[in-house]
Ligand binder design. Structure first.
Ligand code: THU
Length: 135
């Protein structure tokens, strides 16, 4: 049995390794993400900017694409790290992207200043639109 602390430590390592790969020459702001899916598989993502600025992608979206490509269907935990001086939470668009693969137990964890802070989807995107509305 792997402990919660051990899982978090591994997610932090994977998110930091992803952040190192970020392509952020314009903002100078690197972000790394690591998702643990329903099969305990980890999927990394980093932000990838573009000279045509609006085409850049966020770390969270990149990690979600990698998860889907590997067959993952559910975000159990997503760990985020950045080079920012403040604790950074997902941008609005990424909140909606995470929502698509989340459930009420999904943990959105930000590692900053040697501490983890855990948010739920409801904390970050209350009264949100989802597939339930399309039925
Ligand atoms: N960024 C992310 O990767 N995730 C977020 O949730 C916030 C913003 C990236 C986008 C851009 O490359 C840089 O951070 C500055 O906005």
């Amino acid at each position: 049995m792997i402990t919660k602390d051990a899982i978090e430590k591994r997610l932090i390592e994977q998110a930091e390794a992803a952040m190192e790969k970020a392509h952020a020459p314009y903002s100078g702001f690197s972000v790394g993400a690591a998702i643990m899916d329903e099969n305990q598989q980890i999927h990394q993502g980093c932000n990838v900017e573009n000279a045509a600025y609006p085409l850049g992608v966020c770390a969270e979206g990149s990690a979600i694409s990698n998860m889907v490509l590997s067959g993952g269907k559910e975000i159990k935990k997503i760990m985020l790290v950045s080079t920012g001086e403040q604790l950074v939470t997902p941008c609005g668009g990424c909140r909606q992207k995470i929502k698509e693969f989340s459930n009420p137990e999904t943990e959105i964890i930000v590692y900053h200043d040697n501490k983890t802070t855990v948010f739920s989807m409801e904390d970050l995107l209350p009264h949100s639109f989802s597939k339930e509305f399309l039925k």
